[in-house]
Write a protein that binds this ligand. Structure first.
Ligand SMILES: CC(C)(COP(=O)(O)OP(=O)(O)OC[C@H]1O[C@@H](n2cnc3c(N)ncnc32)[C@H](O)[C@@H]1OP(=O)(O)O)[C@@H](O)C(=O)NCCC(=O)NCCS
Length: 152
């Protein structure tokens, strides 16, 4: 989960960016040579979690609501399919209406609530876990149709 005041400096970027690889990737969105958005995704490391990945995304305030986030999420799905990842996961503050709306429009569904996931000086905020299947059995994104244990 990213707060608006948590954007990285170029130096942090260079240190943490990850090239397109089966383990993850760092995407940046550029406008005229300026980085206006970023998305980092990491694949599960344990053999039984290699079908999973989790990402975080943020877009500079001045460039929001212009499709930058959606564009990066589309590339994320290309990466996931390319890497053989089946399920894309994320956490989002329940108060983050824009992000939740975008994820829902792109087919992500809620998997549960983490109550009091973060603590600010004067409030707690719950987090919603969301996910989308991009490959695997049935590739259904309707959680009600999923059995507790799906056959691989
Ligand atoms: C969330 C975020 C990454 C989305 O990026 P973005 O470039 O603004 O997203 P897009 O422009 O592609 O899409 C935003 C969509 O939400 C809609 N939207 C905006 N505010 C909304 C609101 N309050 N309620 C419902 N929908 C809203 C927009 O209309 C747009 O939908 P559309 O494409 O159908 O018009 C970006 O806003 C951001 O960085 N926010 C701060 C950090 C953050 O919240 N990161 C995600 C943490 S999980």
């Amino acid at each position: 989960m990213t707060s608006p005041d948590e954007f990285w400096t170029p130096r942090l970027w260079r240190r943490h960016r990850r090239d397109w690889s089966p383990d993850g990737v760092t995407l940046v969105a550029e406008v005229g040579g300026t980085v206006v958005g970023n998305l980092g995704v990491e694949r599960g490391r344990r053999p039984r979690e290699r079908h999973l990945c989790e990402f975080g995304v943020s877009v500079s305030r001045a460039y929001r609501d212009q499709g930058v986030g959606r564009a990066m999420l589309e590339v994320l799905e290309t990466w996931a399919k390319d890497a053989g990842v089946e399920k894309i996961m994320l956490r989002v503050f329940d108060s983050n209406a824009r992000a939740r709306a975008l994820y829902e429009k792109m087919g992500y569904f809620s998997e549960g609530v983490e109550r009091r996931a973060v603590k600010f000086p004067d409030e707690y905020i719950d987090a919603i876990r969301m996910a989308k299947f991009v490959a695997g059995p049935g590739v259904s994104n309707d959680p009600t149709s999923e059995s507790r244990r799906s056959r691989a």
